[in-house]
Design a protein around this ligand. Structure first.
Ligand SMILES: Cc1cc2nc3c(=O)[nH]c(=O)nc-3n(C[C@H](O)[C@H](O)[C@H](O)COP(=O)(O)OP(=O)(O)OC[C@H]3O[C@@H](n4cnc5c(N)ncnc54)[C@H](O)[C@@H]3O)c2cc1C
Length: 479
């Protein structure tokens, strides 16, 4: 990349300066090894694709990973960051751990499939073009926004480190201010927390958030006897509607026993600074509206003009776009045929995204005769191994290989699964859990992320998405 210092590899020509502040990072156009493979998005799918391809290519391919942050975020542990159990850095795997891969810091703003290049904007607003010979689209998904009055102004989302840190501070702040409030109504409102969206994300956020506020309130003499009201709202008929009903039942039982109010078949009609009006007619005074209504695929893939299914890019079982052997997609952004359930596509889960990322890398390596499998490509086939849901404290729900677990066994499986799935930082995470088990939770606000820094948009603070209003809801997934 011209003028970027150190991004020009041997065997590639860069530096074709374009008008404006951009530069062209051109791909070679040769056949065989030495070509450039660009991976757009460094989440579950993109990170594992880059890591695998970098290892298989051993320097014989130019592997480039474009991502707006310099880390891969292990999203399933984000609720534990918000709960103050884990250090935020421990759930962020540096992209630098992908050997043989060059990271381009920035967001893809446009993909020209005819000209085989992407436009990338870095955090300082500089625009660059990056050419490719093969492209993996792994842009993931964005917050699902519903056009409900007041939500954009008064709710906060939950899919980035900044949002997790904001939520942690916000919850502690409500408790600390409630302690001082002389007005009973204000104290009650500050001690009321509403999570909208009872997918696995909303359920975990509510479970861990409730325990955090309980610990914080116990340390405040002024809140002795004060009720902490947590509500989990969803239009669906049960919590975690995307998972096995037996897991839902365990979660409902655990949360209800803790006094958390579960309102299924209910939605939000409007939100204001004073609270939320629910579709059942109740107005709930609160300063805490946490938006976990789910995700929809990144809208950028819709702009490609290629066949889509429910907002996801259509690919074949080899994760390649039909008619475009140089274009691949995986993870939440791709509609991957589920060969174990003919006629359906794979769910938007980390489990699929991670495996699809590895497979796409193997197939691309095979197209260059790299790797141990020769030039044979493999189709994607994966039977769900089950799901794990952390319910805070010693509780969890899990169904590894179809075996339903609750309580401590489920908790052990849940934590073991996350440790195995986390590519780095395992010792840091295990140490965080051990410290939390032995010492009392450290409750201090850091004050680093203020409300305005984490607006509820389709994107994340690191990569803001389109504006809030008007985004059509899609039925893809919750959680
Ligand atoms: C809070 C939370 C908890 C979850 N918990 C679980 C769980 O317990 N189990 C489970 O199976 N699933 C869970 N999921 C869902 C799971 O994380 C997703 O299915 C998975 O992340 C999909 O992987 P992906 O690579 O497609 O997308 P992502 O992991 O979201 O990665 C997309 C990447 O693309 C980057 N990106 C976005 N736009 C651009 C752009 N324009 N240019 C460049 N890069 C871009 C993003 O920064 C990100 O790094 C959870 C999701 C959330 C939000």
């Amino acid at each position: 990349m011209a003028g970027d210092g150190g991004l020009t590899p041997a065997g590639h020509q860069f530096g074709c300066v374009r008008s404006g502040n951009g530069s062209l990072m051109s791909a070679h156009g040769k056949t065989g090894p030495g070509q450039r493979v660009v991976i757009a998005g460094g989440g579950f799918a993109g990170f594992h694709a880059a890591r695998t391809l970098g290892r298989l290519a051993k320097g014989r391919l130019d592997v480039v990973l474009v991502n707006p942050t310099d880390y891969f975020l292990y999203l399933p542990l984000l609720p534990e960051v918000a709960a103050g159990i884990l250090d935020p850095r421990s759930v962020a795997a540096p992209l630098a751990t992908c050997r043989g891969v060059r990271h381009v810091l920035g967001a893809v703003t446009d993909i020209d499939t005819g000209g085989k290049h992407l436009a990338v904007r870095d955090p300082d607003g500089n625009r660059r073009m990056v050419g490719y010979d093969q492209l993996v689209i792994a842009l993931g998904s964005v917050n699902k926004l519903l056009p409900i009055p007041g939500v954009a102004d008064h709710a906060h989302g939950f899919r980035s480190l900044a949002e997790a840190l904001y939520l942690r501070d916000h919850l502690l702040r409500q408790i600390e201010i409630a302690d001082l409030a002389e007005d009973r109504a204000e104290r009650d409102a500050r001690c009321t927390f509403v999570v909208v969206g009872a997918g696995y994300t909303g359920t975990e956020v509510a479970a861990s958030g409730q325990l955090l506020t309980r610990i914080a309130a116990r340390r405040r003499a002024g809140l002795a006897g004060q009720k902490l009201r947590w509500m989990l709202i969803d239009i669906a008929p049960r919590v975690m509607p995307e998972l096995d009903p037996r897991l839902s039942a365990i979660a409902s039982q655990v949360l209800s026993a803790r006094g958390l109010e579960i309102r299924t078949g209910t939605s939000v009609e409007h939100a204001s600074a004073d609270g939320v009006k629910l579709s059942d007619g109740e107005f709930v005074p609160t300063s805490s509206l946490i938006w976990c209504v789910g995700v929809r695929p990144d809208p950028m893939v819709a702009r490609l003009g290629l066949p889509m299914q429910k907002g996801r890019l259509t690919v074949d079982e080899y994760l390649t776009v039909p008619g475009h052997p140089e274009l691949h997609a995986c993870g939440d952004a791709a509609a991957v045929p589920d060969l174990t359930r003919p006629g359906s596509v794979t769910a938007m889960t980390a489990q699929h995204a991670q495996r699809q990322g590895r497979l796409v890398a193997n197939n691309i390596a095979a197209s260059y005769g790299l790797g141990s499998g020769g030039t044979r490509r493999r189709p994607y086939r994966h039977q769900d191994l089950g799901f794990v849901v952390d319910l805070g404290g010693l509780k969890a729900a899990a169904d590894p290989l179809g075996i339903r677990l609750s309580g401590l066994p489920a908790k052990a499986v849940t934590r073991g699964y996350h440790l195995l799935a986390m590519p780095v930082n395992r010792t840091r995470i295990a140490t965080g859990w051990a410290l939390d088990a032995v010492f009392s939770r450290q409750l201090v606000q850091l004050g680093l992320v203020r409300s305005g820094a984490v607006p509820l948009t389709a994107g994340t603070p690191e990569h803001p998405g389109p504006p809030t209003t008007g985004a059509p809801p899609t039925p893809d997934s919750t959680g």
